[in-house]
Design a protein around this ligand. Sequence first.
Ligand SMILES: Nc1nc2c(ncn2[C@@H]2O[C@H](COP(=O)(O)OP(=O)(O)OP(=O)(O)O)[C@@H](O)[C@H]2O)c(=O)[nH]1
Ligand SMILES: [Mg+2]
Length: 283
Amino acid sequence: MEVQWYPGQMAKAKRLLRENLKLVDAVIEVLDARIPASSQNPDIRQILQNRPVVAVLTRPDLADPEETEKWLQLLGRQYFIAAAVNARMGTGIKRLFAGLKSIPKRRKHKRRPLRLMVAGIPNVGKSSLINRLIGRNAAITGDKPGVTTGKQWIRLPGDLELLDTPGLLWPKIANKEQAFCLAAVGSIKDEIINLLELGHELIKYFERHAQQNIYQRYKIETEIKDPNEIMIEIGKRRGCLRKGGEVDLEAAARILIKDFREGRLGRITLEKAAAVGEENEGF
Ligand SMILES: Nc1nc2c(ncn2[C@@H]2O[C@H](COP(=O)(O)OP(=O)(O)OP(=O)(O)O)[C@@H](O)[C@H]2O)c(=O)[nH]1
Ligand SMILES: [Mg+2]
């Protein structure tokens, strides 16, 4: 799967992050609860130097709740604090606010409110989280990566100030599994990924971890094992047919991907905390 950021894009994102960083005391890094490892940006620590970083897991409603608990424990040791927030509904926002209160002010800025910014990879829920923090729909949200522009400070309860513009972080894709994870949750533009390939990878993932969910949702006989056969069945069930009756496999893959992203295939955490835990230590 070819899923690279252009060097120019990355350089620009880094420059903007460095600029905004001069203005803030702490950073909230937004992570997707279904891929808490792959949605982290490995360069951010070096850029942020000693600023406290708060991890917020968004989309906990789509992730396995037990895994989310484990991730919060793990991330709580690696980040200043870690919290899960449903950035669509606002669940968990009070606990996040309680945690934000414990961030110390920098000595030279003791008098003014603590300044925060939200940062994260594309489409992870940055604008939605900003809206929840503000408590009204002031920032623009959308379901495609790269929607947000503009800049100002917003006063929050509890002696906090928030930069209205989220920092865009570049996903660092170290291997095929990470590329799969990022594509599956929609943090890589659909235009530049092979949807059919992603669909096949999703089917293979479910075969290993939650086989029944696919069979049940699309009412497919469990004897069918081959990912391509399964895709054909999904296409037939959902009416993805070309003239002449041939199944439109890409259309079938789109349906599967959308169902996964919207939680209709169950609450799935693609990256288990136990598997990543130790090698991820120190971040
Ligand atoms: N189910 C669920 N959906 C969420 C949650 N948080 C965000 N979303 C959805 O995810 C999509 C992307 O959210 P945004 O807030 O626009 O994400 P963003 O990081 O600002 O995206 P860009 O600005 O495009 O990089 C929207 O459709 C949101 O409604 C959540 O906690 N649960
Ligand atoms: Mg946004």
